[in-house]
Write a protein that binds this ligand. Structure first.
Ligand SMILES: *[C@@H]1O[C@H](CO)[C@@H](O)[C@H](O)[C@H]1NC(C)=O
Ligand SMILES: *[C@@H]1O[C@H](CO)[C@@H](O)[C@H](O)[C@H]1NC(C)=O
Ligand SMILES: *[C@@H]1O[C@H](CO)[C@@H](O)[C@H](O)[C@H]1NC(C)=O
Length: 183
């Protein structure tokens, strides 16, 4: 292939096709607060393709910006999207996977202050396997049971998110979405 064709098709792939994201419950979106923290380019990258990997999002290098936490999306831009759950509640989730990349996936409650997992509710050892003729229905439609032992740790909006995390092993690409919730 001619080099310019390779570059053109790479660009085409990067800008036109998405890979995957959470469609329900509503997940954090980029906005003005994220632009302030991470830079306008990071916001533009997500606006151009909300299903792209973290590796395609350029941070402005500010220590306040962590693309690895919720793709850099900030609570301040998402106050209207906070879900309310009860301990033990079963929450139905849906995802789209336009371009699957086989690898592990999990859904966890993450402490946003420390960026640490408090509890992992669901684990797929092998998710989004592009070698399968059809993806298992549970890749795009699944349920998680909210933890019962978090006490008041998630009682204030913004303190905790439900994180969908997927890593395409061969692709070396990370996908992430965060659902803000109180419990
Ligand atoms: C998922 O990607 C679509 C297409 O880019 C975008 O419209 C939507 O806002 C994204 N959703 C999330 C939660 O990122
Ligand atoms: C879940 O995903 C996280 C990334 O946020 C990873 O560090 C962790 O090892 C995964 N846990 C399991 C049990 O798969
Ligand atoms: C998803 O479905 C597949 C195929 O039925 C099954 O092997 C796998 O264990 C399921 N994974 C989860 C996390 O429920």
């Amino acid at each position: 292939m001619h080099i310019s064709t390779i570059i053109a098709s790479t660009l085409f792939t990067a800008t036109v096709f998405g890979h995957g994201n959470i469609t329900s419950p509503p997940a954090r979106q980029p906005g003005p607060a994220m632009a302030k923290v991470c830079g306008a380019a990071a916001v533009s990258a997500i606006m151009a393709d909300g299903t792209g990997p973290l590796e395609g999002i350029q941070s402005n290098g500010s220590p306040q910006c962590n693309i690895g936490l919720c793709k850099g999306a900030q609570f301040a831009d998402n106050k209207a999207l906070v879900q309310k759950y009860a301990p033990g509640q079963v929450v139905q989730m849906t995802a789209v996977l336009p371009i699957p990349h086989e690898g592990p996936c999990n859904i966890s409650v993450v402490n946003t202050k420390t960026n640490t997992i408090m509890e992992t509710m669901l684990v797929f050892d092998s998710y989004a396997d592009e070698n399968l003729a059809v993806l298992p229905p549970n890749n795009t439609n699944f349920a998680v049971t909210m933890p019962t032992d978090l006490g008041t740790a998630c009682s204030v909006a913004g303190a905790c998110v439900m994180q969908w995390f997927w890593f395409g092993t061969a692709a070396q690409q990370t996908y992430e979405n965060c659902v803000d919730f109180v419990m």
